[in-house]
Write a protein that binds this ligand. Structure first.
Ligand code: UT7
Length: 312
Protein backbone atom coordinates (compact mmCIF):
# COMPACT_ATOMS: atom_id res chain seq x y z
CA UNK A 1 0.00 0.00 0.00
CA UNK A 2 1.24 3.51 -0.84
CA UNK A 3 2.58 5.49 2.08
CA UNK A 4 0.95 8.92 2.47
CA UNK A 5 2.47 11.93 4.19
CA UNK A 6 1.21 15.45 4.74
CA UNK A 7 2.97 18.72 4.23
CA UNK A 8 2.13 22.40 4.51
CA UNK A 9 1.62 23.75 1.00
CA UNK A 10 0.80 27.35 1.88
CA UNK A 11 -0.41 29.56 4.70
CA UNK A 12 -2.24 32.81 5.29
CA UNK A 13 -3.37 35.12 8.05
CA UNK A 14 -5.87 37.87 8.69
CA UNK A 15 -6.30 40.25 11.62
CA UNK A 16 -8.90 42.97 12.20
CA UNK A 17 -7.81 46.48 11.33
CA UNK A 18 -8.18 48.13 14.72
CA UNK A 19 -4.96 48.20 16.77
CA UNK A 20 -4.92 48.97 20.49
CA UNK A 21 -1.55 49.89 21.96
CA UNK A 22 -0.47 49.43 25.57
CA UNK A 23 -0.53 53.20 25.99
CA UNK A 24 -4.16 53.29 24.89
CA UNK A 25 -5.03 50.66 27.50
CA UNK A 26 -3.34 52.70 30.19
CA UNK A 27 -5.92 55.45 29.59
CA UNK A 28 -8.69 53.26 31.03
CA UNK A 29 -6.81 50.70 33.17
CA UNK A 30 -4.30 50.83 36.02
CA UNK A 31 -1.49 49.54 33.78
CA UNK A 32 1.34 50.89 31.67
CA UNK A 33 3.35 50.10 28.56
CA UNK A 34 6.48 49.29 30.55
CA UNK A 35 4.77 46.62 32.70
CA UNK A 36 3.05 44.93 29.76
CA UNK A 37 6.11 45.02 27.50
CA UNK A 38 8.66 43.80 30.03
CA UNK A 39 6.42 41.10 31.59
CA UNK A 40 4.96 39.75 28.33
CA UNK A 41 6.64 41.20 25.22
CA UNK A 42 3.29 42.60 24.04
CA UNK A 43 3.25 46.10 22.51
CA UNK A 44 -0.13 46.07 20.72
CA UNK A 45 -3.03 43.84 19.75
CA UNK A 46 -5.64 43.80 16.96
CA UNK A 47 -9.23 43.92 18.15
CA UNK A 48 -12.33 42.82 16.23
CA UNK A 49 -15.06 45.29 15.33
CA UNK A 50 -18.79 44.65 15.65
CA UNK A 51 -18.99 43.31 12.09
CA UNK A 52 -16.22 40.74 12.60
CA UNK A 53 -16.81 37.13 13.56
CA UNK A 54 -14.58 34.13 14.14
CA UNK A 55 -15.94 32.78 10.86
CA UNK A 56 -15.18 35.99 8.92
CA UNK A 57 -11.61 36.22 10.22
CA UNK A 58 -11.05 32.49 9.64
CA UNK A 59 -12.52 32.66 6.14
CA UNK A 60 -10.21 35.50 5.13
CA UNK A 61 -7.13 33.72 6.55
CA UNK A 62 -8.16 30.54 4.71
CA UNK A 63 -8.66 32.42 1.42
CA UNK A 64 -5.13 33.78 1.75
CA UNK A 65 -3.79 30.27 2.39
CA UNK A 66 -5.49 28.84 -0.70
CA UNK A 67 -3.65 29.25 -4.00
CA UNK A 68 -5.99 31.57 -6.02
CA UNK A 69 -8.55 31.28 -3.20
CA UNK A 70 -9.95 28.10 -4.75
CA UNK A 71 -11.42 25.70 -2.17
CA UNK A 72 -12.94 23.23 -4.63
CA UNK A 73 -10.34 20.51 -3.88
CA UNK A 74 -10.44 20.90 -0.10
CA UNK A 75 -11.90 17.74 1.43
CA UNK A 76 -11.61 18.60 5.15
CA UNK A 77 -11.70 21.79 7.24
CA UNK A 78 -10.71 21.88 10.89
CA UNK A 79 -11.14 25.08 12.84
CA UNK A 80 -9.33 25.39 16.14
CA UNK A 81 -11.17 27.94 18.25
CA UNK A 82 -11.95 28.79 21.85
CA UNK A 83 -14.37 31.54 20.92
CA UNK A 84 -16.80 29.99 18.39
CA UNK A 85 -19.49 32.28 17.00
CA UNK A 86 -22.22 29.99 18.35
CA UNK A 87 -22.35 26.97 20.64
CA UNK A 88 -23.84 25.20 17.64
CA UNK A 89 -23.23 24.53 14.83
CA UNK A 90 -19.47 24.36 14.45
CA UNK A 91 -18.08 27.67 13.16
CA UNK A 92 -16.02 25.60 10.70
CA UNK A 93 -19.21 24.91 8.73
CA UNK A 94 -19.80 28.65 8.28
CA UNK A 95 -16.25 28.96 6.94
CA UNK A 96 -16.91 26.01 4.62
CA UNK A 97 -19.97 27.79 3.27
CA UNK A 98 -18.13 31.12 2.87
CA UNK A 99 -15.36 29.38 0.93
CA UNK A 100 -17.73 27.32 -1.22
CA UNK A 101 -15.82 24.20 -0.15
CA UNK A 102 -18.65 21.88 -1.10
CA UNK A 103 -16.49 18.74 -1.21
CA UNK A 104 -15.24 19.15 2.36
CA UNK A 105 -16.49 18.10 5.77
CA UNK A 106 -15.86 20.59 8.56
CA UNK A 107 -15.71 20.64 12.33
CA UNK A 108 -14.28 22.61 15.27
CA UNK A 109 -11.61 21.53 17.72
CA UNK A 110 -11.51 22.99 21.24
CA UNK A 111 -8.11 22.66 22.87
CA UNK A 112 -7.76 26.39 23.64
CA UNK A 113 -4.24 27.67 22.90
CA UNK A 114 -3.12 24.18 21.86
CA UNK A 115 -5.98 23.94 19.37
CA UNK A 116 -3.92 24.53 16.26
CA UNK A 117 -1.38 21.79 17.13
CA UNK A 118 -4.28 19.44 17.98
CA UNK A 119 -6.03 20.24 14.68
CA UNK A 120 -2.82 19.79 12.69
CA UNK A 121 -2.19 16.40 14.31
CA UNK A 122 -5.76 15.27 13.47
CA UNK A 123 -5.43 16.47 9.86
CA UNK A 124 -2.09 14.67 9.53
CA UNK A 125 -3.68 11.39 10.67
CA UNK A 126 -6.56 11.74 8.15
CA UNK A 127 -4.10 12.35 5.33
CA UNK A 128 -1.84 9.47 6.40
CA UNK A 129 -4.77 7.02 6.41
CA UNK A 130 -5.78 8.18 2.92
CA UNK A 131 -9.13 9.61 4.13
CA UNK A 132 -8.26 13.19 3.17
CA UNK A 133 -5.89 14.75 0.69
CA UNK A 134 -6.27 18.52 1.03
CA UNK A 135 -7.08 19.94 4.45
CA UNK A 136 -7.50 23.49 5.68
CA UNK A 137 -6.33 23.80 9.28
CA UNK A 138 -7.43 27.14 10.69
CA UNK A 139 -7.01 28.90 14.03
CA UNK A 140 -9.41 31.83 14.50
CA UNK A 141 -10.24 33.68 17.68
CA UNK A 142 -12.02 36.74 19.02
CA UNK A 143 -10.62 36.67 22.56
CA UNK A 144 -11.57 40.31 23.15
CA UNK A 145 -15.19 39.20 23.67
CA UNK A 146 -14.13 36.77 26.41
CA UNK A 147 -12.06 39.01 28.64
CA UNK A 148 -13.12 41.42 31.36
CA UNK A 149 -11.82 44.77 30.13
CA UNK A 150 -11.64 45.93 33.76
CA UNK A 151 -9.28 43.08 34.77
CA UNK A 152 -5.75 44.24 33.97
CA UNK A 153 -4.29 40.83 34.84
CA UNK A 154 -5.95 39.20 31.82
CA UNK A 155 -7.33 41.71 29.29
CA UNK A 156 -3.94 43.18 28.32
CA UNK A 157 -2.72 39.72 27.25
CA UNK A 158 -5.10 38.85 24.45
CA UNK A 159 -5.85 39.84 20.85
CA UNK A 160 -8.01 38.76 17.90
CA UNK A 161 -7.00 37.22 14.59
CA UNK A 162 -6.79 34.15 12.39
CA UNK A 163 -4.23 32.04 10.58
CA UNK A 164 -4.61 29.06 8.27
CA UNK A 165 -2.51 26.42 6.54
CA UNK A 166 -3.31 24.20 3.59
CA UNK A 167 -2.11 20.69 4.36
CA UNK A 168 -1.67 18.45 1.32
CA UNK A 169 -0.97 14.80 0.74
CA UNK A 170 2.64 14.38 -0.37
CA UNK A 171 5.06 11.62 -1.23
CA UNK A 172 7.53 12.64 1.45
CA UNK A 173 7.13 14.26 4.89
CA UNK A 174 6.05 16.94 5.65
CA UNK A 175 4.97 16.34 9.14
CA UNK A 176 7.48 14.04 10.83
CA UNK A 177 5.98 13.74 14.30
CA UNK A 178 3.19 15.07 16.45
CA UNK A 179 2.44 14.54 20.12
CA UNK A 180 -0.56 15.70 22.15
CA UNK A 181 -1.09 15.79 25.91
CA UNK A 182 -3.60 17.00 28.46
CA UNK A 183 -3.75 17.07 32.24
CA UNK A 184 -7.21 17.89 33.58
CA UNK A 185 -5.80 18.61 37.03
CA UNK A 186 -5.07 22.06 35.57
CA UNK A 187 -8.74 22.63 34.60
CA UNK A 188 -9.24 25.46 37.11
CA UNK A 189 -5.97 27.25 36.42
CA UNK A 190 -7.26 28.91 33.23
CA UNK A 191 -10.94 28.86 32.39
CA UNK A 192 -13.93 30.93 31.40
CA UNK A 193 -16.11 31.84 34.37
CA UNK A 194 -19.80 31.65 33.48
CA UNK A 195 -21.14 32.89 36.82
CA UNK A 196 -21.48 36.54 35.76
CA UNK A 197 -24.48 36.95 33.39
CA UNK A 198 -22.99 40.15 31.88
CA UNK A 199 -20.45 37.93 30.11
CA UNK A 200 -22.34 35.88 27.55
CA UNK A 201 -19.32 33.66 26.86
CA UNK A 202 -17.89 33.67 30.36
CA UNK A 203 -14.80 35.68 31.19
CA UNK A 204 -11.23 34.45 31.20
CA UNK A 205 -9.80 33.72 34.65
CA UNK A 206 -6.19 32.65 35.09
CA UNK A 207 -3.64 31.69 37.70
CA UNK A 208 -0.88 33.28 35.62
CA UNK A 209 2.11 32.07 37.64
CA UNK A 210 0.97 28.43 37.66
CA UNK A 211 0.30 28.48 33.92
CA UNK A 212 3.63 30.20 33.27
CA UNK A 213 5.82 27.54 34.86
CA UNK A 214 3.71 24.66 33.53
CA UNK A 215 3.99 26.09 30.00
CA UNK A 216 7.79 26.06 30.09
CA UNK A 217 8.04 22.49 31.43
CA UNK A 218 5.37 21.08 29.10
CA UNK A 219 6.69 22.62 25.90
CA UNK A 220 10.29 21.69 26.63
CA UNK A 221 9.45 18.04 27.33
CA UNK A 222 7.09 17.62 24.38
CA UNK A 223 9.60 19.19 21.96
CA UNK A 224 12.34 16.87 23.24
CA UNK A 225 10.10 13.84 22.89
CA UNK A 226 9.00 14.72 19.32
CA UNK A 227 12.62 15.26 18.27
CA UNK A 228 13.76 11.97 19.84
CA UNK A 229 11.00 10.12 17.99
CA UNK A 230 12.76 11.10 14.74
CA UNK A 231 16.37 10.87 15.91
CA UNK A 232 16.64 14.63 15.57
CA UNK A 233 18.55 17.04 17.82
CA UNK A 234 17.80 20.57 18.96
CA UNK A 235 20.67 21.70 16.69
CA UNK A 236 18.64 20.46 13.66
CA UNK A 237 15.85 23.01 14.33
CA UNK A 238 15.71 25.94 11.90
CA UNK A 239 12.57 27.58 13.33
CA UNK A 240 10.84 27.20 16.69
CA UNK A 241 7.28 28.48 16.31
CA UNK A 242 5.78 28.36 19.78
CA UNK A 243 2.38 29.52 20.98
CA UNK A 244 2.65 33.25 21.71
CA UNK A 245 1.39 33.69 25.28
CA UNK A 246 4.41 35.42 26.75
CA UNK A 247 7.80 36.24 25.17
CA UNK A 248 9.50 35.26 28.42
CA UNK A 249 7.98 31.78 28.21
CA UNK A 250 9.28 31.34 24.64
CA UNK A 251 12.73 32.66 25.60
CA UNK A 252 12.86 30.27 28.57
CA UNK A 253 11.85 27.22 26.54
CA UNK A 254 14.48 28.12 23.92
CA UNK A 255 17.11 28.58 26.64
CA UNK A 256 16.19 25.27 28.35
CA UNK A 257 16.45 23.50 25.01
CA UNK A 258 19.77 25.20 24.18
CA UNK A 259 18.26 26.78 21.06
CA UNK A 260 19.69 30.11 19.82
CA UNK A 261 17.09 32.82 20.50
CA UNK A 262 17.05 34.00 16.85
CA UNK A 263 15.48 30.66 15.86
CA UNK A 264 12.48 31.30 18.12
CA UNK A 265 9.78 33.20 16.22
CA UNK A 266 8.26 36.14 18.10
CA UNK A 267 5.04 37.76 16.89
CA UNK A 268 3.42 38.44 20.27
CA UNK A 269 4.73 42.02 20.17
CA UNK A 270 2.21 43.04 17.46
CA UNK A 271 -0.65 40.58 17.98
CA UNK A 272 -0.64 39.53 21.68
CA UNK A 273 -2.09 36.11 22.55
CA UNK A 274 -4.62 35.12 19.88
CA UNK A 275 -4.98 31.63 21.42
CA UNK A 276 -5.32 28.97 18.68
CA UNK A 277 -4.36 31.51 15.99
CA UNK A 278 -0.87 32.45 17.21
CA UNK A 279 0.98 29.59 15.51
CA UNK A 280 -0.57 29.88 12.01
CA UNK A 281 -0.21 33.68 12.19
CA UNK A 282 3.47 33.23 13.09
CA UNK A 283 4.00 30.69 10.29
CA UNK A 284 2.54 33.16 7.79
CA UNK A 285 4.90 35.91 8.94
CA UNK A 286 8.12 33.87 8.97
CA UNK A 287 10.38 33.50 5.98
CA UNK A 288 10.63 29.72 6.13
CA UNK A 289 12.48 28.05 3.26
CA UNK A 290 11.67 24.69 1.67
CA UNK A 291 13.57 22.00 3.56
CA UNK A 292 13.77 23.91 6.86
CA UNK A 293 13.04 21.93 10.01
CA UNK A 294 10.20 23.64 11.86
CA UNK A 295 9.03 22.80 15.37
CA UNK A 296 5.58 24.00 16.50
CA UNK A 297 4.72 23.77 20.18
CA UNK A 298 1.90 24.98 22.35
CA UNK A 299 0.51 24.87 25.86
CA UNK A 300 -2.83 26.17 27.05
CA UNK A 301 -5.89 25.77 29.21
CA UNK A 302 -7.00 22.30 30.20
CA UNK A 303 -4.06 21.93 30.56
CA UNK A 304 -3.41 20.89 26.97
CA UNK A 305 -0.12 20.86 25.13
CA UNK A 306 1.65 19.32 22.18
CA UNK A 307 4.29 19.59 19.49
CA UNK A 308 4.59 19.04 15.74
CA UNK A 309 7.92 18.59 13.98
CA UNK A 310 7.88 19.15 10.26
CA UNK A 311 10.06 19.56 7.22
CA UNK A 312 8.84 22.66 5.32
O1 UT7 B 1 -2.21 31.17 26.36
C1 UT7 B 1 -2.53 30.44 27.49
C2 UT7 B 1 -1.40 30.33 28.38
N1 UT7 B 1 -1.23 31.54 29.13
C3 UT7 B 1 -0.02 31.80 29.59
O2 UT7 B 1 0.89 31.09 29.30
C4 UT7 B 1 0.16 32.98 30.52
C5 UT7 B 1 1.16 32.60 31.59
N2 UT7 B 1 1.37 33.62 32.61
C6 UT7 B 1 2.01 34.79 32.33
O3 UT7 B 1 2.37 35.05 31.21
C7 UT7 B 1 2.31 35.71 33.49
O4 UT7 B 1 2.08 35.06 34.71
C8 UT7 B 1 1.49 37.05 33.44
C9 UT7 B 1 1.98 37.91 32.30
C10 UT7 B 1 0.01 36.73 33.27
C11 UT7 B 1 1.67 37.85 34.75
O5 UT7 B 1 3.06 38.11 34.96
P1 UT7 B 1 3.70 37.87 36.40
O6 UT7 B 1 5.09 38.31 36.33
O7 UT7 B 1 3.44 36.43 36.75
O8 UT7 B 1 2.89 38.86 37.31
P2 UT7 B 1 1.94 38.55 38.57
O9 UT7 B 1 0.65 37.97 38.14
O10 UT7 B 1 2.71 37.82 39.62
O11 UT7 B 1 1.68 40.02 39.10
C12 UT7 B 1 2.76 40.84 39.58
C13 UT7 B 1 2.20 42.21 39.90
C14 UT7 B 1 0.96 42.16 40.79
O12 UT7 B 1 1.01 43.24 41.67
P3 UT7 B 1 1.53 43.04 43.20
O13 UT7 B 1 0.57 42.05 43.81
O14 UT7 B 1 2.92 42.52 43.08
O15 UT7 B 1 1.43 44.42 43.77
C15 UT7 B 1 -0.18 42.37 39.82
O16 UT7 B 1 -1.30 42.96 40.42
O17 UT7 B 1 1.81 42.87 38.69
C16 UT7 B 1 0.46 43.34 38.84
N3 UT7 B 1 -0.17 43.35 37.53
C17 UT7 B 1 -0.12 44.41 36.69
N4 UT7 B 1 0.45 45.63 36.81
C18 UT7 B 1 0.33 46.47 35.78
C19 UT7 B 1 -0.88 42.36 36.94
N5 UT7 B 1 -1.27 42.76 35.72
C20 UT7 B 1 -0.83 44.02 35.55
C21 UT7 B 1 -0.92 44.96 34.51
N6 UT7 B 1 -0.32 46.16 34.66
N7 UT7 B 1 -1.57 44.69 33.35
Amino acid sequence: MAQFYSSIASCGMFVPQRVITNDELSNTLDTNDEWIRTRTGICARHIAGPGDSVASLGTEAARRALPSGDASNVDMIILATTSPDHFMPATATQIQSNLGATCAFAFDVQAVCSGFVYALAIADKFIKTGDASEVLVIGSEIMSRMVDWNDRSTCVLFGDGAGAVLLRRSTSPGILATNLYSDGRGYNMLYSDNSDPTFARGKVMMNGRAVYSMAIDCMESSVRSALTQNNLNVSDIDWFVAHQANKRIIDSVAAHLGLPSEKAVITIDSFANTSAATIPISLSLTNIKRGDLVVLSSMGAGFTWGTAVLRW
